[in-house]
Design a protein around this ligand. Structure first.
Ligand code: ATP
Length: 242
């Protein structure tokens, strides 16, 4: 990304440790408003840790995170959400004993006073994912993996994201469902939501992304337009299965 363009998210030198083990080493990246940026990398590269550090559910051990020009590096997680950064965690993490609709309403907790907006947004989620509308009274724990992924994305939308952090939305899903989820992610991005998408399924992620970063053992080793990464011989060999 040209350094002259202002970024919505600007990450500089981000480090993260689990105890003495450094998992992220001076990660720098930027996401412009309106972009869909993919982070690809192998199992264990640090992709989930990166998103968890950005949303402050995990402490950072160094570096800065700026969002819309504001330093959010030291904000607690609930204030990061309030700033407009909503995280769809790996493994969905829906509230299994609650209904689909209650899961969605919990996503709108910070905006619960704006009742008309919440109802409109619920309708929007049910339009994006009609199966959730049909099953709004069903317990979330009884949904299929794909439906839980839809619910997890829908719940984040109720948080009114300006930046959506999506962790491995294709994990464990059948190919048709992966296509469906990625189609919706693209649609959300076109409707104005900026997206930072973390994926092991590099081909599917880069196919919908504007730009991408390759993360290897906690370091950014490559960044380019998604189309360039898809054509890059090293990326093809390491991450695209040929
Ligand atoms: P995956 O796609 O498998 O989730 P990833 O790229 O998201 O991989 P992370 O989950 O961020 O990678 O893990 C990065 C490294 O940190 C791995 O070596 C992992 O074993 C380690 N790690 C992750 N969570 C913890 C934890 N809670 N305690 C200690 N080490 C951890």
């Amino acid at each position: 990304m040209p350094s002259t363009e202002a970024a919505l998210l600007q990450v500089e030198g981000l480090c993260s440790h689990y105890g003495p083990v450094r998992v992220l080493s001076h990660v720098s990246l930027a996401v412009r408003a309106g972009e869909l940026v993919a982070i690809v990398g192998a199992n264990g590269a640090g992709k989930s840790t990166l998103l968890r550090s950005l949303s402050a559910v995990q402490p950072k051990s160094g570096g800065t995170v700026r969002f819309d020009g504001r330093d959010i590096s030291r904000l607690p997680a609930h204030r990061v959400v309030a700033a407009g950064v909503c995280h769809v965690p790996e493994g969905r993490q829906v509230f299994a004993p609650l209904s689909v609709e209650d899961n969605l309403r919990l996503g709108a907790y910070l905006h619960r006073q704006e009742r008309a907006w919440v109802e409109r947004e619920l309708d929007r989620v049910y339009t994006l994912f009609p199966i959730l509308g049909e099953r709004r009274a069903q317990l979330a724990g009884t949904l299929s993996g794909g439906q839980q992924q839809m619910l997890s994305i829908g719940r984040a939308l109720l948080g009114r994201p300006r930046l959506l952090l999506l962790d491995e939305p294709s994990m464990g899903l059948a190919p048709l469902l992966v296509e469906e989820i990625f189609r919706v992610v693209r649609e959300l991005n076109r409707s104005g939501v900026t997206v930072l998408l973390v994926e092991q399924n590099a081909r599917a992620a880069l196919a919908i992304a504007d730009r991408g970063y390759v993360l290897e053992t906690g370091r950014v080793v490559l960044s380019a337009a998604a189309s360039e990464l898809l054509a890059d011989e090293g990326v093809r060999r390491a991450y695209l299965g040929r």
